[in-house]
Design a protein around this ligand. Structure first.
Ligand code: ZN
Length: 462
């Protein structure tokens, strides 16, 4: 063995915790046993620690253009933050510029990630410019290992919106290719109506971001998209679900037999719209907006029941200076929050340690389900022999808190400032490479690599 992790409390598939050793050879988990008799070149004593499969953040945006600026993390700094928080795989998105094909946009994005990303990665393919024109590229992209696509039912003025007839065409093409379509679900008509009303009346304070993008807008878009998915018998993945109304629309569709998957984010579980009324309320502008405490609780309950499939962060950080440049006006402030570093520590602390979430649910929503949906489950998502040696060793007896001044990404603030944490990431390994050692980021060389996804049909047939 190259490395043996000794006597950790191993969080196995299904959430079962068993004390034992994990042996790693050639970047893969070679053996798991109560006690491995062989020796290794290196050993880590994990007594009293929880050993998790590496976590997957299915939703990050490193260095993307928003308004007249860029999200501040690139693949290097953003993946450093990911590793520090126990995320060993990130799924980012392309940026399709007008006139660019899906393949060109993908190759441009891959060039930014390759050799820069500390953790493993794959890229979702955004379809924003004249969607009907690129239907013929979808199958080839799936064969290349890029099986997930994303469209937006809003952002018409930014030239990113898909119309429902085109949505139907794209969804059918992705279904036929064995891919998965992800939807940013907000009804554009409602959003334009409410936004214009507030702008016209000079209501520009941060709270009007939330008033302009309502739960009803989310629910209406989910309902419309789910109807089409049902008619086409296609699968559909809703990104960053934020509201009880949106949740209800999704669950209603599921009861009617639609194969709809729901993702939420830590910000919708842990923050609410009262943040917009604070002096620094504009820092919290993100889309969808933060909602009410009742929405937050509805999402927690759904997560605990298993009605929400994944938690991603929508990591899209801006510095305080970037946020200030919008003059505290909601429509001029870049949208997005830092998150990837705190995904697992927050879900552990406010889910598991508070008794809201079982360890089984935690590993499902942060590892297993994303691996399955995005075609990575032949290598990722489970602590089991034969899987990539992506591991997180967590010390549940450590105590600390989040401090935006001491993070690994480039944001100089955190939406979770001073939130207490019920533990600490001690070690993060990606395919056996040590990125975090005894609580410190040590990833001097870049080891992350592109993990090609298997299509839904390949996955179904094993
Ligand atoms: Zn996003």
């Amino acid at each position: 063995m190259d490395l043996i992790i000794r006597q950790g409390d191993l969080v196995l598939p299904g959430g079962k915790v068993q004390r034992g050793d994990v042996g790693i050879r050639d970047g893969v988990i070679a053996a798991i046993a109560p006690q491995l008799s062989e020796s290794a070149r290196r050993e880590i004593d994990a007594t009293g620690q929880l050993v998790f499969p590496g976590f997957i953040d299915p939703h990050t945006h490193m260095g993307i253009p928003i308004l007249d600026t860029f999200s501040i993390d690139d693949f290097e700094s953003g993946s450093r933050a990911a590793a520090a928080g126990g995320v060993t795989t990130i799924l980012d998105f392309t940026v399709q510029r007008p006139g660019q094909s899906l393949e060109e946009a993908l190759d441009e994005r891959l060039a930014l990630a390759r050799g820069r990303c500390h953790v493993d990665f794959n890229i979702h393919v955004n379809i924003t410019d004249r969607p009907e024109r690129w239907l013929s590229q979808i199958e080839a992209l799936c064969r290349r290992g890029f099986t997930s696509f994303k469209v937006f039912s809003t952002y018409r003025q930014a030239g990113m919106m898909i119309r429902w007839p085109q949505f139907r065409q794209v969804l059918a093409a992705i279904r036929d290719a064995g891919g998965l379509l992800m939807l940013h679900a907000e009804d554009n008509d409602l959003i334009e109506r409410d936004t214009e009303a507030h702008l016209k009346a000079g209501r520009l304070d941060p709270i009007y971001h939330a008033r302009s993008r309502t739960p009803e807008a989310e629910a209406r878009a989910i309902q419309r998209a789910a109807e089409i998915a049902g008619e086409l018998e296609a699968e559909l993945y809703i990104v960053h679900l934020s509201s009880a109304a949106g949740l209800e629309a999704g669950l209603r569709a599921r009861r009617q037999g639609v194969r709809i998957y729901l993702e939420t984010c830590p910000q919708y579980l842990l923050l609410d719209e009262s943040r917009y009324l604070q002096a620094n309320g504009h820092w919290y502008i993100t889309t969808p907006p933060l909602r009410s405490p009742a929405d937050r609780e509805a999402l927690w309950a759904a997560l605990a029941r298993g009605d929400i499939d994944t938690v991603g962060t929508d990591h899209c950080p801006f510095t305080r200076a970037q946020k200030e440049a919008g003059g505290r006006q909601f429509h001029r402030t870049p949208n997005g929050l830092p998150g990837v570093e705190w995904l697992f520590p927050l879900l552990y602390t406010y889910g598991v340690a508070e008794g809201k979430l079982s360890l089984q649910r935690l590993v499902s929503v942060l590892a297993e389900n994303s691996a399955g949906l995005f075609g990575l489950d032949h290598r990722k998502g489970r602590l089991a022999p034969g899987m990539d040696a992506d591991l997180v060793i967590w010390d549940p007896s450590a105590r600390g808190h989040i401090d935006g001044a001491r993070q690994h990404g480039r944001a100089d603030w955190s939406p979770y400032q001073d939130f207490p944490l019920a533990g600490r990431v001690r070690w993060t390994l990606v395919r056996g490479h040590t990125l975090v050692a005894d609580g410190h980021f040590v990833g001097q060389e870049v080891h992350g690599s592109l993990i090609p996804a298997r299509s839904r049909t390949q996955t179904a047939s094993g």
